[in-house]
Design a protein. Structure first.
Lengths: 146, 405
């Protein structure tokens, strides 16, 4: 997909987004609330046929951010969906693994290290923490000492 | 069927699986066919993403080059590109060429390593001996220009640490000519061999749709007809100035992946020679004093596929978040698509075809319907080799081995 077409098609989901930020020609950041992330990701993967790269979980001070990175390989453009999870007590977001098997591992990983619940994930068991790691300790949260 | 085998417990914390690490596969069987596969990883976790938040921007390249010994050029490169994106700096031309040369030499030795091991897995130890013998001079070249056979530690934000001396270029070109001839010979020998055709064609097929769904990259994607390559799609370093081709094959089987890797070695040799000839004069580094607040994505085509680094800075001297995605992280789960329904004798080579770490296959165990372990690594390797021997007989290949000549 050409860059112009990509930009105009992104307007189709504009009402689900907070903001579209184009940092450079090949880096686009879309921000949205957690409840809209599923629809936005599905649109990018299924309708725009972008390649899923990975997701990044971040503990920002007042919320959690899940960044879903997609790549448009025809132009080398990375489209990143930034989903904000405002509820710090019971952080949860809809899983994208049901339509994107490539995201199964990374959602399990983020669940392990940040304690975010991925709703409707097919298999949300531990991926990287040991079996005897204590429940409720999430190593990538800021309160865990470096 | 019930899940089985008492799980070994070893690792702690967040991690990032790359080649040189342990993974555990558990296969469930119906007769000779694989009906389910379960993977367990994280035996060798080092918490690199968390450690990275404690280091200064300049120190992180040394840390991430230790993510993987084999990919110790592409990880730091992806990282510094992410930081350079935040800082908005472009390194000098010569540094970009030096980066290409080191990364392509890395690809050559990594693919040779794979070819050798793939030969070993199907009982072709001659291929193993050849490939590893020809890999050795590549490591020597890397040692000569960076001081190390692996973990080069040569890339930094704003350029490179060490230059390639101009006096070394003629010698490198001579060596690369030799490597090219030997690789051509090896490629022909492997690709013209009727037994390797019979053994690897149609084995461990990853369809194009499965490759898209599992979001695989690198030779695993290119072997399934998806011609993606970050070097061409999102050009970095000096790749846009060089003349080379993206190799892809539509079949998706182990043979296609072998073809892709072998032909890529030749492309990489060609590219390295061109980069050496074109190497511009000038400095290899510019000074970068401060990293402003912001976020950047850097990616590099490692031998196994796209390496992706995301870095966020708050204007301090350390990253506040550094995410690393190695290619095997998306390539490994595709086993679920390529191994189900496969013959048990084909599993070792199918798992090996995406070029994950090889210590992983030593942790392979097979259970039958009643949860008894019936095969371990040695017996699976034996099964794989016996199948090759059977095929040899069927196609009427002579009994003697190549090493007898």
């Amino acid at each position: 997909m050409k860059q112009e077409e990509l930009k105009s098609r992104l307007n189709e989901i504009k009402d689900k987004l907070i903001d579209i930020e184009q940092k450079t020609d090949t880096r686009i950041f879309l921000s949205c609330e957690a409840e809209n992330a599923y629809v936005v990701n599905k649109f990018l993967f299924k309708d725009l046929a972008l390649r899923f790269v990975i997701a990044t979980g971040i503990d920002s001070d007042d919320c959690f951010e899940i960044l879903y990175h997609f790549s448009n390989d025809e132009t080398g453009c990375i489209v990143t969906v930034k989903a904000f999870i405002r509820d710090r007590e019971n952080p949860a977001i809809e899983s994208i693994a049901p339509f994107l098997p490539g995201a199964e591992w990374i959602e399990r990983e983020i669940h392990d290290i940040l304690g975010i619940d991925f709703k409707n994930h097919p298999n949300l068991k531990r991926l990287i923490l040991a079996d005897d790691w204590p429940e409720g300790v999430y190593p990538l949260r800021k309160e865990v000492k470096k | 069927m019930k899940e089985t085998i008492k799980k070994p417990v070893l690792a702690v914390g967040p991690f990032h699986p790359l080649q040189e690490e342990m993974e555990f596969y558990q296969l469930t069987l119906d007769g000779e066919k694989v009906t389910n596969i379960d993977v367990r990883i994280s035996y060798n976790h080092r918490g690199i993403e968390k450690i990275s938040e404690t280091l200064q921007f300049d120190q992180v390249p040394f840390l991430v080059s230790r993510v993987c010994g084999i990919c110790s050029a592409s990880h730091p490169l992806a990282y510094v590109q992410a930081v350079e994106e935040i800082a908005g700096v472009k390194p000098p031309e010569r540094a970009l060429y030096v980066r290409v040369i080191i990364n392509e030499l890395e690809r050559i030795h990594s693919h040779m390593l794979w070819v050798g091991l793939a030969g070993h897995f199907i009982g072709y130890d001659t291929v193993f001996m050849w490939a590893w013998k020809y890999r050795e001079p590549v490591l020597d070249l890397l040692e000569e220009i960076t001081g190390n056979r692996n973990n080069y530690g040569n890339v930094k934000v704003g350029g490179c640490r060490e230059d390639i001396p101009n006096e070394l270029i003629p010698k490198m070109l001579r060596e690369l000519d030799k490597i090219e001839k030997k690789t051509e010979m090896l490629t022909k020998a492997v690709l013209d061999d009727p037994i390797i055709h019979a053994r690897l064609k149609g084995v461990g097929v990853l369809t194009k749709q499965a490759a898209i769904d599992y979001a695989v990259t690198g030779p695993t994607a290119r072997g399934s007809g998806i011609a993606i390559d970050v070097r061409r799609d999102d050009p970095y370093a000096a790749y846009a100035d060089l003349d080379w081709n993206v190799i892809s094959q539509p079949e998706g089987d182990v043979f296609a992946k072998a073809v892709v890797r072998l032909l890529e070695v030749l492309e990489s040799v060609k590219m390295t020679k061109e980069a050496l000839r074109k190497l511009p004069d000038g400095p290899i580094t510019i000074e970068v004093k401060e990293i402003p607040p912001g976020e950047g994505c850097g990616r590099a085509e490692a031998p196994r596929g796209e390496t992706f680094h995301y870095v966020r800075s708050d204007g301090g001297n350390r990253p506040v978040r550094h995410k690393i995605r190695a290619p095997s992280y998306v390539n490994v789960p595709s086993f679920k698509a390529s191994c189900l329904g496969a013959d048990i004798a084909d599993v070792t080579i199918t798992l090996a075809a995406v070029d994950p770490c090889y210590s992983c296959t030593e942790r392979l165990a097979v259970v039958d319907g009643r949860n008894n372990v019936i095969h371990n690594y040695e017996s699976l390797l034996q099964l794989s080799r016996e199948k090759t021997a059977r095929i040899k007989k069927e196609v009427g290949a002579p009994e003697w081995k190549l090493e007898d000549i």
